[in-house]
Design a protein around this ligand. Sequence first.
Ligand SMILES: *[C@@H]1O[C@H](CO)[C@@H](O)[C@H](O)[C@H]1NC(C)=O
Ligand SMILES: *[C@@H]1O[C@H](CO)[C@@H](O)[C@H](O)[C@H]1NC(C)=O
Ligand SMILES: *[C@@H]1O[C@H](CO)[C@@H](O)[C@H](O)[C@H]1NC(C)=O
Ligand SMILES: *[C@@H]1O[C@H](CO)[C@@H](O)[C@H](O)[C@H]1NC(C)=O
Ligand SMILES: *[C@@H]1O[C@H](CO)[C@@H](O)[C@H](O)[C@H]1NC(C)=O
Ligand SMILES: *[C@@H]1O[C@H](CO)[C@@H](O)[C@H](O)[C@H]1NC(C)=O
Ligand SMILES: *[C@@H]1O[C@H](CO)[C@@H](O)[C@H](O)[C@H]1NC(C)=O
Length: 798
Amino acid sequence: MRATSCDYLLIWPVMFLMVIKCDALDGFNVTQIIRDGDTLVSAGARFELGFFSPGSSSRRYVGIWFNRIPVQTIVWVANRETPLLDSSGVLQVTDKSVLTLVNGTGGIIWSTNTSKLVQNPIAQLLDTGNLVVRDQNDNNPKNFLWQSFDYPCDTQLPGMKLGRDLVTGFDRMLTSWKSSDDPSPGSYTYWIDPRGYPQPFLLKDSIVQFCDGPWDGMWFSGTAITQADSSDSFQFVFNDKEIYYSYNELDPSVLTTRSLNPYGTMQRYDWNNHTQGWAAYYTKPIDNCDTFAVCGAFGICNFGNSPQCQCMKGFVPKMSRNWDRKDWSGGCVHGAPWNCSTKDGFIKYSNVKLPDTRSSWYNTTMTLDQCKMKCLHNCSCVAFANLDVRNGGSGCLLWFNSLIDVRVLSGSGEDLYVRAASSELGNARTRVAVAVSCSLVAALFLCGVTISIMWRRRRRRRWRIKKEAKYGAPEEGRSINNRIIGNYELPEYAFNVIAEATNNFSHANKLGEGGFGPVYKGLLNDGQEIAVKRLSKESRQGLAEFKNEVLFISKLQHRNLVKLMGCCIEAEEWMLIYECMPNKSLDYFIFDQSTSALLGWPKRLEIIKGIARGLLYLHQDSRLRIVHRDLKASNILLDFEMNPKISDFGLARTFDRNEDSARTKRVVGTYGYMPPEYAIDGVFSVKSDVFSFGVLVLEILSGKRNRGFIHSDHHHSLLGHAWMLFRKGAALEVVDPSIRNSSYASQMERLIQMGLLCVQQHPDDRPSISLVNVMLTSGCELPEPKEPGFLYSKECAT
Ligand SMILES: *[C@@H]1O[C@H](CO)[C@@H](O)[C@H](O)[C@H]1NC(C)=O
Ligand SMILES: *[C@@H]1O[C@H](CO)[C@@H](O)[C@H](O)[C@H]1NC(C)=O
Ligand SMILES: *[C@@H]1O[C@H](CO)[C@@H](O)[C@H](O)[C@H]1NC(C)=O
Ligand SMILES: *[C@@H]1O[C@H](CO)[C@@H](O)[C@H](O)[C@H]1NC(C)=O
Ligand SMILES: *[C@@H]1O[C@H](CO)[C@@H](O)[C@H](O)[C@H]1NC(C)=O
Ligand SMILES: *[C@@H]1O[C@H](CO)[C@@H](O)[C@H](O)[C@H]1NC(C)=O
Ligand SMILES: *[C@@H]1O[C@H](CO)[C@@H](O)[C@H](O)[C@H]1NC(C)=O
């Protein structure tokens, strides 16, 4: 069963229950075959196996997907490298005990193999999503002849092992799809490297991109444990027979997967019954500090610092010139000539991800003291740590020669002890002593020097404390809650850096006026272009929006959302610093006759798809459920490749997972983009954004603004105009003449229909953003729209 029809789009919950098959098979034997169009459904109806075509491809593959959800989610593909070109494929079990996929002329497209023959071989889809070949009368997993769980694609399901069988040398790893249209193996793999103390690695074309860190008894040391995660039950097994990592679901009513997408990120998804979509719980890698070895040897990455990389104590940058240019890969070396001695000491780093263990040494029973002695007596040993952090810690890990890929993790991570010369330790101790005496006899000249050094270091922290003291509780006046910014580890820029970058906020650098103040273009010393939003001094409202923006956008990462680089909070100045978008915003292109021709239809379609993906992330894939509330053409920024990025989160709101809509007395947003229920009653929900998205789609197609739309023959708004033409069967007349081109006519008609569905009067009649994404990527038939909301321009202008 393929999602070829979107009939269920608006009424799917009802349809959906009716689709469940009563007499579906979960397996078959040598006398039966599975043709294209037939499917197997596992006994508990969780998974379905059959033929499918991914994305916009027409090639046919045999795969397994979740059975009971309306979003087709492929978890495994059999013939990923050898697609069928037509629907003549047949899946069968042969008397040689193998499962084969043959095409119309009997050519073998794909096959399993086995070293055993059995009397009555059958193929069966288990309720775990595992496809197995076994003897009909023997369902002991040990005796399976073959199982799909041994040949993972891009998805790890509960109960599936990733890792190496040390007896046979057989590896089970994830390999990304090439693209969403092509399941053949892409560039990315995720596997467990068995060298030293085993760790999972994410590779691109066999180059390490990201390392999860060694297992610390509870979780891999490089991943921050979240509440949601700790409820999972993980196993990491490492003995002389096998190394593997797997997880079980604790709540069988929640569907869950972990998969490696074609862009090289690992994500855990849980199905959300409420939004009927997948919710991403975590993404790896998550920030720049997750880039493997970004700070080089003996460097530590801290995402909240600027610069992010620092050398460990006693070390200095190896190539300080590169270091200044933010190329930290050269790493650090000892600051003074290094002589090994058993008198050396160790400096403790807490809450860090442990260094790469591929060439480390370990012992599972040693105590921390024994571990320290072992390290001390080997001159190549540079650090040690506990192997297992449970029950106060046990076991020993030693590192030799070099330490790479260490980062600070706030709230999780481990203790790492790094070797240092006793002379260096001594220095550290005297410095502390001096500082203490200073606070007692503050007038002493000598101490003045020390204070100024310390002052510089602590300045940032004091600023925060001072501000909170000065401006009082977070809710009052100009009191942006610095703790919020602290929590989100947002880098802070100094005022004079930003002033210099923007030519002292010169008029020539002003890009425009944003939600809460002017926006300036700037150029940092390192050549990075930035956009700076400066909160205007009078704006009280602006402060709330500023805070809101920090709160949301620093939590969000998606390629269709604008990226916040940092902030600047000094004295009366509050500023946000973004990556610069060289192509300004969408309104600049589509509403201007001279520039609209630059934006052809294929690009406009890409922009619409990008916005839809960004919204999907906000509505259901990010950890928060966010309604943007001010989606409009001027808030869609364009990067140098004209990729759209949603910006301006000043009015955004989060929703609980169980909440449908909310009501506000203060209707904010932009007329022309607001749905009726919000503009009139103040009620908003994810469907309000869908309405605004629909308006945007029609604006992108027509090159006209909804607000202020005037037609000589009638008083309809752009929406009403599009609806009238659609009903007359002349929808294409609404399209911008500069992009009207018959070869795209059916695509454009389809998007007009989709746009009209999004602007339906009643929120329940509008599709969810996940369905919009399905409509945009598949060729399925769309439902007929009813009359949209805000038909007349008068209404829009109120
Ligand atoms: C194959 O399965 C069918 C239906 O379950 C059954 O009737 C038939 O006897 C089986 N054939 C063999 C050879 O086991
Ligand atoms: C079937 O597969 C064989 C071997 O892969 C190939 O030579 C043949 O052209 C295919 N036939 C069709 C109809 O695709
Ligand atoms: C299947 O056959 C291939 C090629 O002979 C071999 O490399 C692979 O290890 C076999 N797999 C199993 C499970 O026997
Ligand atoms: C989600 O919906 C499915 C199917 O309706 C149901 O079986 C399952 O229990 C629900 N899960 C939760 C957590 O409510
Ligand atoms: C290492 O030894 C050299 C020569 O023996 C000496 O000059 C240097 O100060 C020593 N370095 C440290 C850190 O002790
Ligand atoms: C680990 O250390 C303990 C205590 O020092 C020792 O008895 C044991 O043999 C060591 N194990 C290995 C595998 O080296
Ligand atoms: C120090 O440890 C390394 C790595 O385990 C080992 O090769 C070397 O022999 C050890 N040196 C001494 C003096 O024990």
